[in-house]
Design a protein around this ligand. Structure first.
Ligand SMILES: [Zn+2]
Length: 342
């Protein structure tokens, strides 16, 4: 299958740290992830294509004008302060999204950045933008008739809302791909198999009935993103009944994951989409540093087989999956499992 990624631009973003237990620790969303994932692509013999620059239209289709302006310009503004650190972290937040929109750089950062895992550095916008272009290119390939295409996105996207970055994510690549597919498909489903709930994706489509959002993930009761991902969140307004969360107990292995996924896929089939986006996190892996779930390397092929059996045009968009020896193997397992069953 075609693989879209920009190995130059997407590797530039190099966040220094994130806050865990009150301690700044090395940020796990490192450029090295791109290399290891590419090794999985190479092992599968897939064709790697650099995405075109699609401009801002596809990004602006799911992100608010204020947010796009913020994320594309904030670092330049930040640098005007000679005392400022190389990266931007928020230090003040509004208590609710209805608060007045602020003018200052640090206050806008608090408005648009949810947590301390999303430092904005000199190259963050460039990498995030090209990651989004990769997702758009995969959606375009599917629209043009490819049965499947894979976007090796980095940084990832599914924790980013319309106007709120979070959890290593600055632009919601899966949402961008799904919105693009809506041009030619009345109903699109996003199936998120990342270890963490796809809260940004859920938020973007929460009041819509044209994009079904399914996320299967570690139970957020005591796990990121805490505030979202619970089973009672089923959509609102026109979107009521079009969001499905399947939280799993920590440590769930292949069998439990596949049972949950089969349950979710029955709902997706009832929705009857004509195209799907898979938000492919590989961090449900048993040896992933986040240690939330216990899916095995062959488990990713099995998961992919179940998704391919939907027999629909599919854009696969990379989300999480962190540095461990098997990161590339897990990607290869998923992609080959998908192709074998498509
Ligand atoms: Zn994740």
């Amino acid at each position: 299958m075609k693989v879209f990624t920009d190995q130059t631009h997407q590797a530039l973003h190099d966040p220094s740290g994130y806050l865990v237990d009150g301690v700044m620790q090395p940020n796990p969303e490192q450029p090295e992830r791109l290399k290891r994932l590419l090794s999985g692509v190479a092992a599968g013999g897939h064709e790697v294509i650099a995405p075109k620059d699609h401009g801002l239209a596809h990004i602006s289709a799911v992100h608010s004008p204020a947010y796009v302006k913020f994320i594309s310009t904030i670092h330049q503004r930040w640098r005007r302060n000679p005392k400022a650190a190389p990266e931007i972290f928020p230090n003040i937040h509004p208590d609710r999204r209805t608060a007045s929109y602020p003018e200052s750089a640090i206050a806008q950062t608090g408005f648009h950045v949810a947590d301390m895992s999303c430092p904005i550095g000199e190259h963050t916008w460039e990498s995030a933008r090209w990651s989004a272009h990769s997702a758009t290119s995969a959606a375009m390939a599917v629209e043009a008739g490819d049965k499947m295409a894979y976007a090796l996105c980095r940084p990832p996207g599914h924790h980013c809302f319309s106007d709120l970055a979070g959890g290593f994510c600055y632009l919601n690549n899966s949402a961008i791909a799904a919105q693009y597919l809506r041009k030619t498909h009345d109903r699109v489903a996003i199936i998120d198999v990342d270890l963490h709930h796809g809260n940004g994706t859920q938020g973007i489509f929460y009041e819509r009935n044209d994009v079904y959002t399914l996320s299967i993930h570690a139970d957020p009761a005591r796990f990121y993103p805490f505030f979202w991902g619970h089973a009672h969140e089923i959509g609102e307004g026109a979107g009521h009944g079009y969001n499905l969360n399947i939280p799993l107990p920590r440590g769930t292995k292949d069998e439990g994951f596949m049972t949950g996924l089969a349950n979710g896929l029955a709902h997706v089939e009832a929705f009857a989409p004509s195209a799907i986006v898979i938000a492919l996190g590989l961090d449900a892996y048993e040896n992933d540093p986040f240690g939330g779930l216990s899916v095995s390397t062959p488990g990713f092929a099995k998961m992919a087989g179940m998704l391919a059996a939907l027999n629909l045009p599919t854009a696969i968009v990379q989300e999480g999956g962190y540095l461990c020896d098997e990161l590339g193997d897990n990607l290869q397992s998923f992609l080959s499992g998908f192709e074998a069953n498509a």
